[in-house]
Design a protein around this ligand. Structure first.
Ligand code: ATP
Ligand code: MG
Length: 583
């Protein structure tokens, strides 16, 4: 499997091809200078010890050595800086791609995915790629270039040592591939455990109130401890393998160098060989193994990167619902026509099961039906977040929703979900998500229409009051009204509301309903409603049941038809009566 990830990672690397090649080139030159350095050193020693040369004679060589040393340091430094820059550029690019993809895909997670997992993939996962590009890839070039260059020099000097190096060198990569299989499985497992740990931790943090109230906080601490311990064990298994690998590599290379040294020693004693070639080969033998040994360290980086990259590519490969490029039709109103929509979440049973209906332009349609009937799912299809498996959504009779560019579509609609999301920042900033350039007067006007002005102005800093991530400091109904004000500001052609008044008391609900009716003028409105009092105010009601349209018509027509809607109404009335009796 890893063989398929490597080419893809390298394809990502190609985006900064110039920088990577430059870094590899600088690194290779720096490494090859070691050979020149060894030749100079061997000459100095040979000259001083065996030829009786004075310092004056060897001085240029010594200067040369010092110069080489500085040059190598400079080249290595430059190579690393360039490599880190290249890796940084790749990381930024991948993070942007991931975020863009997640945003385009919308809020429906793929199977087995959650936000903590996505966050870890985007932060730690992408981070884990850095050593791959900044270390492993340049090292691969050294592994090929340096030993070959050394062999080319050593063979003419002394073929016996050349042969020893030639035979022992490849043992190292072979051995590493051998342990690599096992290490790769461990790495994959370690990455999955890390994801599990972060998603569990996020769950605990988000559910902290519930956990505390149910007295389960202590149990959770134990679970987190168990997961962490599990993670520690996998990490230790990885560390053990890394340690064993490097110990074995040290052993092989020391053995080979010792062999070369002993054979030289014997031959020198018998006068079969001169000092200069013997000494030079001895200096070069350890250098021959340096890149190979480095490879083992960076091989670990490669495996971590591959485990992380697999997840990154999985996210990037997940299909995006709407991906067309056509621009929105410029018509004033939007009529939306759903034709035989069929959809299921990750292969389960059909949540939309041949659903057909029309949302007329400039009219309010209420979408009602039992819980689980597929109302929210239909809204997601209309928003372009999920693509129906069958059927089409046609806009103004001609344009297929699937062929539209998602940004263009989203531009023309506003969506108020069941639990709207506010972001950390001032109320004004949250409202301006609806329209970035809106002035304070426009904010006030939108807030007034959404029946939110009064409570906003009562806050200590009014519109500049900073609210927490999940709208902390505001009640559910207040959050809902800010979300409505945001929709007002956006001035959309299509407004989709999912139980927008679910968190409100009766009085605010009536106010907000009035506000929605104000906003609805001249727009297409789809209003998912639990409370039928809201549906009664619509121009048309669509009753969904088990993913199909059970009934469709004006409120009056449905009331009289004696169908599902009439039954829901009388059930609702009984409930209300029960409630008033109980009070
Ligand atoms: N993200 C999801 N992944 C898998 N199944 C889902 C997902 N969202 C909804 N479902 C399932 O699809 C079915 C329809 O859900 P949907 O949310 O569309 O119903 P609904 O009509 O909006 O219900 P409610 O009135 O309770 O909000 C349900 O059985 C639900 O369990
Ligand atoms: Mg719903």
């Amino acid at each position: 499997m890893s063989t398929r990830i490597d080419p893809r990672l390298m394809a990502e690397g190609r985006r900064t091809r110039g920088a990577l090649y430059l870094s590899i080139g600088l690194g290779v030159v720096a490494a090859l200078l070691v050979i020149v350095q060894a030749v100079l050193l061997a000459r100095v020693v040979n000259g001083v010890v065996f030829k009786g040369q004075t310092l004056g004679v060897v001085a240029p060589l010594l200067w040369g050595l010092a110069g080489l040393f500085l040059l190598r340091a400079g080249l290595t430094y430059a190579s690393e800086v360039v490599a880190f820059r290249a890796a940084g550029a790749i990381k930024t690019y991948l993070r942007q791609e991931l975020l863009g993809h997640i945003l385009r895909r919308g809020p429906v997670p793929a199977a087995g995915e959650n936000s903590a997992d996505l966050a870890s993939t985007m932060i730690e996962g992408v981070e884990a790629l850095e050593p791959y590009f900044s270390r492993y890839v340049p090292q691969m070039a050294l592994v090929v270039a340096v030993p070959l260059a050394i062999l080319a020099l050593v063979f003419p000097l002394d073929w016996i040592s050349g042969l020893i190096l030639l035979v022992t060198g490849p043992l190292i990569p072979v051995f590493m591939v051998f342990v690599g299989y096992r290490a790769e499985a461990i790495n994959q497992r370690q990455w999955q455990k890390l994801l599990l740990m972060s998603s569990h931790f996020l769950d605990v943090l988000q559910g902290i109130t519930t956990l505390k109230l149910f007295g389960r906080a202590r149990d959770e601490i134990e679970i987190v401890a168990r997961i962490s311990d599990d993670y520690r064990k996998t990490t230790m298994a990885g560390v053990r393998i890394a340690f064993l690998t490097s110990a074995a590599l040290e052993f092989f290379s020391s053995l080979a160098i010792a062999l070369v040294a002993v054979i030289f020693g014997v031959r020198l004693l018998h006068g079969h060989i001169n000092f200069f070639p013997a000494f030079l080969v001895l200096l070069l033998a350890p250098e021959y193994f340096v890149p190979l040994r480095g490879l083992s360290t960076y091989y670990h980086a490669r495996m971590t990167a591959i485990a992380a990259a697999r997840r990154i590519f999985e996210v990037l490969d997940a299909p995006v619902a709407t991906a067309g490029t056509q621009v929105m039709p410029g018509a004033a109103g939007l009529e939306i026509c759903c034709e035989s929509l069929r959809f299921s979440y990750s292969g389960g049973e059909n949540v939309l099961d041949g659903l057909s209906c029309v949302f007329p332009a400039g009219k309010i349609t209420a979408l009602v039906g039992p819980s689980g009937a597929g109302k929210t799912t239909l809204a997601r299809v209309l928003l372009g977040f999920v693509r129906p498996e069958q059927g089409t959504v046609r806009i103004n009779g001609t344009v297929d929703l699937a062929s539209l560019a998602p940004e263009a579509w989203w531009e023309s609609l506003a969506w108020v979900p069941q639990t709207p999301r506010l972001f950390h920042g001032s109320i004004a900033a949250n409202l301006r998500l609806g329209r970035a350039q809106a002035g304070l007067d426009e904010l006030r006007e939108a807030a007034r229409k959404a029946r939110a002005l009064e409570f906003i102005e009562a806050l200590p800093q009014g519109f500049e009051t900073v609210i927490g991530d999940l709208g902390q400091g505001l009640s559910g109904g207040q959050v809902q009204r800010i979300a409505l004000a945001r929709a007002f500001l956006k001035d959309p052609k299509l407004l989709i509301l999912d139980e927008a008044t679910a968190n409100l008391d009766m009085e605010s609900e009536a106010l907000v309903l009035d506000a929605i009716l104000d906003l609805a003028v001249g727009r297409t409105v789809i209003m998912i409603a639990h409370r039928l009092a809201m549906a009664e105010r619509a121009d048309q009601i669509v009753v969904l049941q088990a993913g199909r349209v059970a009934e469709c018509g004006t409120p009056a027509a449905l009331r009289d038809s004696g169908g599902l809607y009439a039954a829901m109404r009388s059930a609702g009335r009984e409930e209300a009566e029960d409630l008033s009796c109980a009070i």
